[in-house]
Design a protein around this ligand. Structure first.
Ligand SMILES: Nc1ncnc2c1ncn2[C@@H]1O[C@H](COP(=O)(O)OP(=O)(O)OP(=O)(O)O)[C@@H](O)[C@H]1O
Length: 686
């Protein structure tokens, strides 16, 4: 048995557990070793009850005061106690654990560790871990316990045990980075990093381990980008697309004038398309800056030159929106260009017909989701490819779509505000264009941060906006009620809202669990103003464009990341009318206030990303990735910007100062790199 053996080689991992690990994409012992914790439980000394802050997970030490109460319904028994120390009393509840009554009734000091939440304006501790006698807590004090990503049936304990077994197979001397690189960048060795990522002794050792893992992730990614660039050299432009006078006329006919930034970016694209080499370009622009029209011009250019263009959107809702808007726009202008939609939820027959039209070249502009890169699709003459919101797709999918044609031109759209220096490293294979200006007719969105007491005022405000012909979004974090989370849910919310708003106002509901056809009809009705208020989860987060919507109210705003709130807010302020964003939050914690304040005072994505980073600081690095860009497992592009720069420098150093292909010291690194590349490139051959 070694680290390449199947996970079932470990003691205690039978067929059933192996299947559960499969679900987490853990097949070998090596995979298990890189199943890093999602976060860590840090067992800090108990705090005084008076100091226990909302939203934090803390330990408190005290005695049970009064009787242990059990109540609730049969399905949902609730055990309640009050714990007292010299500073105050805290209500504590557990769900479905009536058997706790015995332990809790014994008397003496008890330590409880759990999350402090606010319910009906009262702070309480929910579902804590119990340490009785209190001396049991000492064993855990100041340790960091891993919290693994799990699947139903697999416990945190089971994963931890398996990981500990796997450690015994780890050769402490094996490393794929030569010592000189570790020394140069202050990195610990591989085996140490793996062990401390799973079971850090204290914060400092965790930081060291994490830095190494982040460095590795970036290094391999950057090396693979450089290899792709070097291996492919610059690809010849098989589809030189001429500038067509019809496109200039089309631009002149648009209901608005392109901004200077849009004109500049379009000019850069036109120049690329005529060049000797194929285009690979990233267009970066804040929410609502008008990236779509630039993509449409590119698709049109391919079609008018006798080729095909394809646009791949990250969600079905968005693909359908783009399809409807683009088709309408082209028809209204009178272009003889045929469009096609291709998404996963289409029926087999519908798909087959679409495939035929795509293959025969009857359609020139194809819009869809991942379905565009399915095996069965063959294109007639695919010359231009747009992928929307790059961070939703890895390099792999982008390449897969590109692989469908004879190296078509590629345009990647992104609303993620990455500073240019980092973008150059991360999108090393792409040239970068930036739309750094919003359309002139826009009024800045007016923001406010309010508590739930303001809700009725907000509703009246919405009614006034609707009376003036406008529409509104209300965003809730959840689809339906959950016993563990007190947060607004779309279904109950919409029901209650109906009684407040009256029959005149149509309310629609949108969430990820709905069937595609239902989602489509709701989105269509909203875009036609047949629905005035859309109560939705974050499914509307990216790209949805209904310029007539002028109000967005985000319930439980504290539950969302700043970048996500900024994207959500971007659903309004897309037309001429004044728009408003209401951040609703019952949370009174200082952190929430500070975070929401950043959004309250700025509508600028770059500024928000920067401030967010300052606020978070190193304390937030416990395995939680904030930005989710580009599918790194542990690394976070924003937080780990410095390590990213170091890895980029190291990649240059490795490739330039030595003979990477021949030197034995890079043997292991090369193996890893080829494996990574073959995995990420797998779909290219589809
Ligand atoms: N120059 C312009 N002047 C006025 N309106 C414009 C201009 N360019 C685009 N628009 C309009 O602005 C709205 C937002 O544009 P678009 O959907 O392209 O934004 P985006 O950059 O893709 O944003 P997101 O990242 O949110 O998807 C659309 O309704 C579009 O028609």
């Amino acid at each position: 048995m070694d680290i390449n053996s199947r996970i079932s080689a470990l003691k205690g991992v039978g067929e059933k557990t192996e299947k559960l690990f499969d679900k987490l994409h853990v097949y070998t012992i090596k995979d298990l070793l890189s199943l890093y914790p999602r976060s860590y439980e840090i067992y800090e000394p108990p705090v005084a009850i008076r100091e226990a802050e909302e939203g934090k997970t803390v330990a408190i030490s005290g005695v049970v005061f009064g009787r242990v109460q059990t109540g609730g319904s049969r399905n949902m028994q609730i055990t309640t106690i009050y714990v007292k120390d010299i500073t105050g009393t805290m209500k504590v509840i557990w769900f479905r654990m009536p058997f706790l009554k015995n332990t809790l009734s014994k008397g003496g000091t008890i330590i409880l560790r759990g999350r402090i939440v606010r319910r009906r304006d009262q702070l309480l501790m929910e579902h804590p871990e119990i340490f009785y006698p209190a001396s049991n807590y000492e064993k855990k004090l100041d340790t960091m316990q891993p919290v693994y990503p799990l699947t139903a049936g697999l416990t945190n304990n089971a994963v931890g045990k398996a990981v500990k077994q796997a450690f015994t197979l780890l050769d402490p001397k094996w490393d794929f980075l030569p010592l000189e690189i570790c020394e140069r960048y202050g990195l610990c060795c591989y085996a140490d990093a793996v062990q401390k990522m799973h079971f850090p002794e204290e914060k400092a050792s965790f930081y060291r381990a994490r830095k190494r893992v982040v460095f590795d992730e970036f290094l391999i990614f950057i090396l693979s980008l450089r290899q792709m660039k070097a291996g492919g050299e610059r690809v010849k432009n098989h589809f030189p697309l001429q500038r067509r006078p019809e496109i200039d006329k089309f631009i002149d006919s648009l209901p608005y004038e392109l901004t200077n930034a849009q004109k500049k970016v379009w000019e850069e694209i036109c120049t690329d398309l005529e060049e000797k080499y194929v285009m690979s370009r990233l267009v970066q622009g804040d929410v609502g800056s008008g990236k779509t029209i630039v993509a449409v011009l590119g698709l049109l250019s391919a079609a008018l030159n006798g080729y095909q263009g394809a646009l791949m959107a990250p969600t079905e809702v968005l693909a359908r929106q783009h399809y409807a808007n683009i088709t309408k726009m082209l028809e209204e202008y009178g272009f003889q260009v045929q469009t096609e939609l291709l998404t996963g939820s289409m029926g087999a027959k519908e798909k087959r017909l679409a495939y035929e039209r795509i293959e025969s070249g009857k359609v020139q502009i194809i819009i869809g989701t991942h379905a565009l890169i399915q095996e069965k699709v063959s294109y007639h003459r695919l010359a231009f490819v747009v992928t929307d919101e790059q961070h939703r797709f890895g390099v792999r999918q982008r390449e897969a779509l590109a692989g469908k044609g004879k190296q078509p031109h590629i345009l990647v759209m992104s609303a993620t505000p990455i500073p240019r220096t980092l973008a150059i490293i991360l999108y090393g294979d792409l040239d970068i264009s930036i739309i750094d200006e919003l359309p002139k007719n826009r009024l800045p969105i007016k923001n406010c941060v309010v508590d739930t007491g303001y809700r009725n005022t907000a509703y009246s405000f919405m009614q006034k906006q609707i009376a003036a012909g406008r529409q509104c979004y209300i965003i809730c974090p959840m689809v339906e009620e959950s016993e563990h989370l007190e947060a607004e849910n779309v279904l109950d919310y919409a029901r209650e809202l109906e009684s407040v708003m009256g029959k005149e106002i149509q309310i629609g509901v949108l969430h990820g669990r709905m069937k595609q056809a239902e989602k489509d009809s709701i989105m269509e009705a909203f875009s036609k103003n047949e629905i005035q208020i859309l109560v939705s989860t974050t499914v509307v987060e990216v790209g949805i464009d209904v310029p007539n919507a002028t109000v967005i109210m985000i319930e439980n705003a504290e539950r969302f990341g700043l970048a996500q709130l900024h994207q959500l807010r971007g659903r309004v302020g897309r037309g001429k009318a004044q728009s408003y964003c209401i951040f609703m939050s019952a949370s009174k914690t200082k952190e929430t206030r500070k975070r929401l304040d950043i959004l309250n005072h700025s509508n600028d994505g770059f500024y928000i990303a920067g401030e967010d980073l300052k606020l978070r600081g190193p304390g937030d690095l416990f395995g939680i990735r904030q930005s989710g860009i580009m599918d790194f497992k542990v690394a976070d592009v924003f937080q780990d910007a410095e390590v990213l720069k170091q890895a980029s420098e190291a990649a240059d150093w490795i490739l330039n100062t030595s003979c990477f292909y021949e030197e034995p010291k890079y043997q292991e690194l090369k193996k890893l790199l080829w494996r990574y590349m073959s995995e990420t490139m797998l779909e290219t051959t589809l």
